[in-house]
Design a protein around this ligand. Sequence first.
Ligand SMILES: Nc1ccn([C@@H]2O[C@H](COP(=O)(O)OP(=O)(O)OP(=O)(O)O)[C@@H](O)[C@H]2O)c(=O)n1
Ligand SMILES: C[C@](O)(CO)[C@H](O)COP(=O)(O)O
Length: 225
Amino acid sequence: MSTDQLFAIIVAGGSGSRMQSDVPKQFLLLNGKPILQHTLERFLSVSPTPHIILVLPARDQQTWATLCQQHNFYPERSGASIQLINGGVTRFQSVRNGLHAIHSPTGLVAVHDGVRPFVSPGIIQESYATAARTGSAVTCVPVKDSVRQVSADGSSSALDRRSLRLVQTPQTFELSRFRQAFQVEEQLSFTDCASVLEFAGFPVTLIDGSYENIKITTPEDLRGW
Ligand SMILES: Nc1ccn([C@@H]2O[C@H](COP(=O)(O)OP(=O)(O)OP(=O)(O)O)[C@@H](O)[C@H]2O)c(=O)n1
Ligand SMILES: C[C@](O)(CO)[C@H](O)COP(=O)(O)O
């Protein structure tokens, strides 16, 4: 697929409440660089490189511009296409804002959390390749721990972890079905794009992610780096 048909929506519109940091977590430094820069560099290293739609709250865009200056991060100067779009109140709305910036009728769109900086270029490439073949590619890993389901009364029962997967991003879809799915009213059950596509009746293909592809969510996710 040609590069003008490949899109990536990088969502970084959250407030990072679980990180309990004054600085939005996508801007925290990891090995001397903002987490969001690491994430973008992973997507920029893929060939063909997708058009990137970067979703950031309006209030954070000046901070991001300053960080790019401080870290001499100017990928557009080497020909990359990164379009900045305002975030929404929820992740669903941030994704939808990003989608509105894509005008091509056909193509593939990968959605990735700005706070998953360890995604490998191989996974990104595999997600585009699988979505080109099947219409969707949702990255996930098998559950390693034992899992129990807890009831309202406090009792619990074991679940069969062989039937469970932990879902990651990127989640990549054929553009026209993605557009159709995102026309629905937002549901409380939407925690990712796969749940939106499934709600609209589209099948979801799973691909192998990696245990390194963590989402930086709480302070301990950053310890040790
Ligand atoms: N309104 C929102 C909420 C979340 N996100 C993005 O979705 C990804 C996954 O969300 P999460 O880890 O939950 O981020 P936050 O919403 O920032 O964190 P928290 O839930 O702890 O407040 C993040 O890259 C986040 O920036 C977004 O673009 N717009
Ligand atoms: C999309 C996601 O990262 C897949 O694991 C996750 O569902 C985001 O959830 P959050 O509640 O926004 O952390």
